[in-house]
Design a protein around this ligand. Sequence first.
Ligand code: BG6
Length: 503
Amino acid sequence: MADEASFKDYYSVVIFGASGNLAQLKTFPSLFGLFQRGKLSSKCQIIGYARSDLDREEFERRATKGIKNGEDEKIKQFLGITSYIEGKYDVDEDYQKITKRCEEYEKEHNVDKPQRLFYLALPPSQFALVLSHIRKNCYDKKSGNFFRVIIEKPFGRDLKTARQLQEEIAPLFSESSIFRVDHYLGKEMVKNLLVLRFGNELFSSVWNKNNIASIQISFKEAFGTEGRGGYFDDIGIIRDVMQNHLLQVLTLLTMERPTSFDSEAIRDEKTKVLASFDKIDVDNILIGQYGKSEDGKKPSYLDDETVKSDSKCVTYCAFGVNIHNERWDGVPIVLRAGKALDEGKVEIRIQFKPVAKGMFKDIQRNELVIRVQPDEAIYLKINSKIPGVSTETSLTDLDLTYSKRYSKDFWIPQAYESLIMDCLQGNHANFVRDDELDISWKLFDPLLEAIETGKTKAELEIYPYGSKGPKKLKEFLRNHGYVFDDPGTYQWPLTNTDVKGKI
Ligand code: BG6
């Protein structure tokens, strides 16, 4: 199916916002990454479009700014397939310049069925305007399903605005032409979740309330807003990473087995499990905002000049989720996310129920840890006999650390590389469907409203930059079923990037 829908040979990729940050840091480098590995057709063309008046030299500087480790010769070849058009976002004639360039190229290469991909590296406030102009000026009926658009979160700031956006976009393009990016769905370890769960009887048979005692998904960043305060202040950590990235991970972790890897089979299951999520208990949450670091060297959130001086913006949040279905009813699930913490790490912890007492006095629980980043790893904490004459046990692990298991030249694509590739192949599985969005906002609206109108019993705690977050975190996790290892009994081995298995 993906193959029939794959772009081949002569196609056009048009990047809107080509002079901006997202395009420079993610879109161009990812296209280059694919090009370098022969995953992007060397015959395709890439057109950058933006309002800035850039000469060729400046365009090339921006298009290559985010490329790391590219061979000079490859970069040269890559630039050879790029061009730039300066244009406004509300002027039909400017869009027609894009169409003209596409048509000339298609004619030159005898293309009957145009293949065009429009990537909007733009703020969402521009989506409806730009998409309506694309529809009017750049759409060619002959393309059929080879006309695609990519847009990127945030998709609204609540249910109402998300629906408005959807109502504006839906008449322009069919759902099958729209690819909504949540870049977490392009991360290697997130893509691995379905294989891990459903491709291993060992896991699939125990993946339920009878065996799993608790689940945690945590997102930790070691830096603050650092210049993005203006954007973040109006958004906060919940909208920024929880309503989208962490929720997506959770749905993949908890959905039922899809009938196949087919996009709609997967997305159907994701929406089904989302519909079984209980309301979030808005009184039983942790919220915080980072203050100065303990040594005073790192700034507080409010020190950022781009945020409101009395901002109550949440930079740390933890809350529980309950899923009322046969598989998960009663299993405590925690999502937690924070900026300016002691380390940068995204991981999933699945803790299993304790073994029967009797034989063992103090035996610890099995725990499966899936580290999404940095240094991708899956490790299963197990009890094993300490080698030697005694029957004493210790907690150790079965460890699949990617950097140890796979050779250095093994390609782990960047999230955006992976997603652009999926889009070119017409595979929607790792993109967000309209109905998923609707359900997820229904879940988050009450939480956001309670926090923003002060209707939660939780109080905004100021935690030091570089700390683990709010003081009550450990207690909160314990109350949500997580059992900490006995102190000093388990140490995640140092890896080549020196990441420790810290909580
Ligand atoms: C983005 C958020 O969606 O995800 C950022 O807007 C956040 O605030 C980023 O830093 C995290 O992505 P990654 O891939 O660095 O984990």
